[in-house]
Design a protein around this ligand. Sequence first.
Ligand code: GDP
Ligand code: MG
Length: 296
Amino acid sequence: PFGYVGIESVLDQMRRKAMKTGFEFNIMVVGQSGLGKSTLVNTLFKSRVSRKSCQSNYEEKISKTVNLMSVSHIIEEKGVKMKLTVIDTPGFGDQINNENCWDPIIKYINEQYEKYLKEELNINRKKKIPDSRIHCCIYFVPPTGHWLRPLDVEFMKRLGKIVSIVPVIAKADTLTLEERQEFKYQIRQDLQAHGIRVYPHKEFDEDAEDRILNDKIREKIPFAVVGTDREHQVNGNKVLGRKTKWGIIEVENVAHCEFANLRDLLIRSHLQDLKDVTHNIHYECYRVRRLNESNM
Ligand code: GDP
Ligand code: MG
């Protein structure tokens, strides 16, 4: 029996279109220097983002990041190509005075909106506008175990207004499981007290199903992550891990840390939603503001 519309055929068309055009997804890592941002980017590409392990052109030895730097990989699955780009940023907090240390990051994010807007307004508009907009910003909180520092509060306040942020507890292997739980709770309180909006936002849950799924994520935020640039042997298998005095922390094992939860949120369960929120909320805000101020 066939339906009236032939949804199967519509889905097929969408698939074919996706196969032809592919899509872009851009993540940015932000936080004080030394918190493991570059290491986590490396871990992300080394972990199972794709069945076929993608070859890495990323620096094997991680050196100090001095400039905004982007790393891209084309990931192909079932004929659909995704260009995953991670923007690594130099850490801040090295200066005695950290005032306005967010400026270069905010500027970069806005510049990508501006580029997109220029393309949209172009008379000879491209069929497909290259998308360098940041779909998600991972903010690294230092594992102090206490509360958010004023610097992190100020930074996230500004970021949260222009981009989707997912906060993480950096180097979570330096905290016990109990300490992580307490710290998470404290951070969530702080975020709320300061009116900092992190992804996924409650008010954008579309239905009860969304809410149940997203509540589970919100309970875990900020994810306690561990990054590594090494593989270790565990029970005869090679796993991405980090040696600590308690043994090897398996980075992709959800009993050990929440790296896999973060990865799955970003590039599996919420990828399309992050793209939609970026386009419909953050970019739209930017666009309206720009058109108002310039009467372009
Ligand atoms: P970035 O400045 O934020 O980019 O930090 P890096 O990735 O350069 O890492 C700084 C140092 O922290 C390096 O010595 C890393 O090996 C170490 N490191 C990175 N991730 C972790 C982690 O999850 N746990 C621990 N204990 N150390 C880490
Ligand atoms: Mg770095």
